[in-house]
Design a protein around this ligand. Structure first.
Ligand SMILES: Cc1cc2nc3c(=O)[nH]c(=O)nc-3n(C[C@H](O)[C@H](O)[C@H](O)COP(=O)(O)O)c2cc1C
Length: 327
């Protein structure tokens, strides 16, 4: 690593007037929820974490904020992500979000899901720039915290550079780009050459989202794009240590991931989920467990046992025994 590169990896991303580590916890709906973010915090104190996307109408109409404002201050620094298809509800939703206490708010115009684009939000907005502009202006004028935007390469055709320039002109403070079209969903090679074009076209910080799973891939993406930050999506799933691991590797230090760490995290994750979801955690945890145990020698046996058990104490016992290597 050259002297300049080492400086870069020891540096930070500046969003408005604050510095954050370059590796950022990305939004994965249904996965990176409050209990998971709390677990990530046990490894990473100051890394920025995105919440999953919530529509501004849901936030504005949610009585007591139970369903949508489901985060706590200990999860900060937090970037609260919203979707919108209209200016309606924006002022009310943003007031509630900011009043609860967040570090910034993100608008997601990258979501490819059919029900989302069907209502004109998510990545559909990348094909409707007049409406996108109205929404960006409304959000900016209702926010006294930094405002970020998450985009794709485009909707059906590539227009990320144009959208990035519009975002900058409307006062967006940082831009994350997942360089795939809506039609590609989450598959296919991310277009890093497009990310490099976006980075050159605007002055606000650019964060890349897509295919960065460890420090080595971050280095490779940096060489191709020159971006300021890295949003880690699927790479953090069942790996709550990931942002810390990447930071250690970037500093030239080792970080060992062994079966004891994996099972310790799975157990802690389950405990945090029980606190948050109550007994329903038993079922929600079933989508995380296969990702924790993937590749471990006793994975199949343990998974078979844990996904049939409904008593949380038995699940904890199973994970504790696995951690000690006695299962
Ligand atoms: C299961 C799943 C849920 C996702 N949920 C969101 C979301 O709520 N908001 C968002 O901006 N992106 C969401 N994404 C997209 C990711 O944040 C990310 O942009 C994409 O997966 C590419 O990055 P990766 O290769 O690091 O996963 C989701 C992706 C997946 C696979």
């Amino acid at each position: 690593m050259s002297f300049d590169e080492r400086d870069y990896w020891q540096g930070s991303i500046r969003i408005k007037d604050k510095l954050y580590p370059r590796f950022i916890g990305g939004p994965l709906d249904g996965i990176t929820d409050a209990p998971f973010r709390r677990l990530v915090r046990e490894f990473s104190a100051d890394e920025l974490l995105y919440t999953e996307m919530r529509h501004v109408a849901c936030v504005a109409n949610d009585k007591g904020g139970v369903k949508s404002l489901n985060f706590e201050q200990l999860e900060r620094p937090l970037n609260y992500q919203v979707a919108a298809n209209h200016e309606r509800f924006i002022a009310q939703a943003l007031e509630r979000i900011v009043a609860k206490g967040v570090d910034m708010v993100d608008l997601n115009i990258g979501c490819p899901a059919r029900n989302v684009i069907g209502s004109g939000s998510g990545s559909a907005l990348m094909a409707d720039l007049p409406r996108l502009k109205q929404i960006l202006v409304a959000m900016r004028s209702n926010l006294n915290v930094p405002f970020t935007l998450k985009i794709r390469a485009g909707f059906k055709t590539v227009n990320a550079v144009e959208v990035a320039q519009l975002a900058q002109d409307c006062g967006v403070d940082a831009l994350a780009i997942h360089p795939r079209l809506q039609t590609q969903h989450f598959e296919g090679r991310p277009d890093y050459a497009l990310v490099a074009e976006v980075k050159k076209a605007i002055q606000i910080p650019v964060i890349v989202s897509g295919g960065v799973v460890n420090f080595k891939t971050a280095q490779m993406v940096y060489e191709q794009t020159g971006v300021d930050g890295y949003l880690i999506g699927r790479g953090i799933w069942a790996k709550p240590w990931k942002l810390h691991e990447m930071r250690e590797h970037a500093a030239g230090r080792e970080f060992v991931v062994d079966r004891a760490l994996i099972y310790r995290c799975a157990l802690r994750h389950f405990e945090l989920m029980l606190d948050y979801y109550g007994l329903h955690a038993v079922y929600v945890f079933r989508k995380h467990l296969p990702f924790y145990v993937r590749g471990l020698p006793d994975a199949a046996e343990l998974r078979k046992f844990l996904v049939t058990v409904t008593d949380p104490e038995l699940i904890k016992q199973g994970l504790t025994q696995a951690m000690a290597g006695s299962l």
